[in-house]
Design a binder for this molecule. Sequence first.
Ligand code: SAH
Length: 298
Amino acid sequence: MVAKRLSHGRDARHNQGMNDRLPNHDWPALEPGWVWLCGAGPGDPGLLTLHALNAMRQADVIVYDALVSESILDWAPQAEKIYAGKRGGKPSAKQRDISLHLVDLARAGRRVLRLKGGDPFVFGRGGEEAQTLVQHGIPIRIVPGITAGIAGLAYAGIPVTHRDVNQSVTFVTGHDKAGNTPTAVDWAGIARGSQVIVIYMGMKHIGEIAARLIAAGRSPSEPVAVTTTATLTDQRTIETTLAHVETDIAAAGLEPPAIICVGMAVALRQALDWRGQAAGEAPRNLDPLDLRRPAEAG
Ligand code: SAH
């Protein structure tokens, strides 16, 4: 019954390597005239949710962003693909176009999947698009995704929380609408109040951000990790410090998209870089926090 509802008579042969059927469950139907705003995860196709896969199998049209992997789109051979890429601080007119395009597609009776990198409501303008749709009377469903600020760190071997490190974590954007360092962000407050800071879209202004954190009392030698194209095969991570992060990014030639993590959580990578270990590297330090006790004794 599930397979029947999902197939809509379409050819599912293209889903190589995967079962045609999703696990048994009462999966929701993407009805004509609806828009599902859906997270595609940070890049590794395996980090897509089952709800996202269910949506991809039913969509007539997929409107996707720059950070959505092409290999994921191949999983919806029946759907028309519309690229709606937007990179860094472009004028808001384009966002308006995207939102109104979604309205038009839904009004034309299509099954619309709006696929966004990571989670649609985390620095992804998903909230704005959802508002436009609701304001125009279009029914929506939100499908959360795995956000780069959590999964990207995990793939770099950095736990976003750890009881010996942090009781709080801040997700912050390094860009405002106009592409500047966001003035609405209380960087000094974050520096004082948040043990671990995860910065999205931070590459352009990292020098200024680091300077503000140091001015507010963070140590210049505090560890920082920068991870680019996280969760993909070309993922790269550098470990540096607040004082050196800007120059080290340039020296390594790193390019966005990047997740930047500030805090002692970064030190745990010396033990937990599981991807490096899978590639044959030994753990660099089994006790990077210098706790001098087994982890399970905490
Ligand atoms: N909605 C997305 C974030 C969109 S903002 C999410 O939840 O992940 C775009 C920023 O996300 C990028 O500038 C970068 O900071 C981060 N990002 C997204 N995918 C990434 C990836 N694979 N590797 C590193 N950073 C990523």
